[in-house]
Design a protein around this ligand. Structure first.
Ligand code: C2E
Ligand code: MG
Ligand code: MG
Ligand code: MG
Length: 295
């Protein structure tokens, strides 16, 4: 490839850029075909009330079930969909499926009031969003109070005047707003001042540091989480710790009095059918995690 480099550094043909462009094109094709052929779905991951050892809600995580390539994870798809604008159509499709799944799960004892947390990307925050969300909820008979809108700090960085109004409308209808991946971007604290946040999701990097090999790191992150917990309490926010992978992390979070948690240790993201058949097998016919949670 070097011979293609001109003296001024301009490249007639850069294989890396070409392969990235090809990759992007491939994903664009998956997206369009996926929308046409209904390959998009959501997996649900439990969010557990750590004190009670019960499921409080589920996070809806997008998956694209490609017939040849299997289940594709969301990050690449979302990045491309945000560039092309397809995220709007995907977002509506995903929300509809997630709400339908919640309606099905609501017949399970103990899950009647479970909430559904959906990730909403910055570009979806257009003035039509609330009406579209309300219409879907009406269709499935789900009350807005069972919906959590997860936003990342990137949403708020856009600072469009729309975003405040839209968040206000959603929150006014009883939906909760969760600040996702808290603590990894900038200005996170000022968002708590300017936006109606109800839930703070502690980024999985902090959860991981709770079992860091360095004792200093472990002690510091404990203090940090204790601090977030105090701030959250003052702001009337719930705290959810993300990315709990081990028993040791769970115990550390319990001793820090963190109220809710999510992670592979408590439950992987799963298709709704698997959750329902897991409940069937459960003797108590009730989704409980007490076996794993020292009460
Ligand atoms: P997120 O909202 O922070 O979601 C949590 C991510 O952590 C998910 O990755 C989940 O599968 C993963 N996770 C859960 N427990 C554990 C654990 O114990 N350990 C580790 N290492 N990871 C864990 P996933 O499903 O690949 O999604 C990645 C990101 O893509 C999400 O991060 C969210 O920002 C975005 N995303 C997912 N679905 C949607 C969607 O429907 N719409 C939009 N706009 N974004 C979505
Ligand atoms: Mg999320
Ligand atoms: Mg997160
Ligand atoms: Mg994330």
């Amino acid at each position: 490839a070097r011979k293609h480099n001109g003296k001024n550094g301009a490249k007639l043909f850069d294989p890396l850029i070409a392969s990235l462009a090809q990759e992007k094109l491939k994903i664009e094709t998956y997206i369009e075909e996926g929308l046409r052929q209904d390959w998009f779905d959501v997996h649900l991951q439990p969010i557990v009330d750590l004190k009670r050892g019960q499921v409080a809600g589920f996070e809806a995580l997008m998956r694209l079930n490609h017939p040849e390539h299997g289940v594709l994870p969301p990050t690449d798809i979302i990045r491309v969909a945000e560039e092309t604008g397809a995220i709007l159509r995907i977002g509506e499709r995903i929300f509809e499926k997630a709400v339908a799944h919640l309606a099905r799960l609501s017949s399970v004892p103990g899950l009647e009031n479970a909430y559904l947390a959906v990730n909403v990307s910055p570009l979806q925050f257009c003035p039509k969003l609330p009406a579209s969300i309300f219409a879907t909820l009406m269709k499935w008979g789900i009350t807005p109070t069972r919906i959590v809108i997860e936003i990342t700090e990137a949403v708020l960085m856009h600072h469009s005047p729309d975003i405040r109004d839209i968040l206000g409308a959603l929150s006014g209808a009883g939906m909760k707003i969760a600040l996702d991946d808290f603590g990894t971007g900038y200005s996170s604290l000022s968002y708590l001042v300017h936006f109606p946040v109800n839930i703070i999701k502690i980024d999985q990097a902090f959860t991981r540091s709770l079992t860091d090999e360095s004792e200093t790191v472990r002690r510091r992150v404990q203090k940090l989480i204790a601090g977030i917990h105090m701030v959250a309490k003052e702001m009337n926010c719930h705290v959810v710790a993300e990315g709990i992978e081990t028993d040791a992390q769970l115990r550390a979070l319990l001793s820090l009095k963190v109220g809710r948690g999510q992670g592979y240790f408590l439950g992987r993201p799963q298709p709704v059918g698997d959750i329902l058949s897991g409940v069937e097998r459960d003797e108590e016919k009730c989704v409980r995690f007490s076996a794993r949670i020292p009460l």
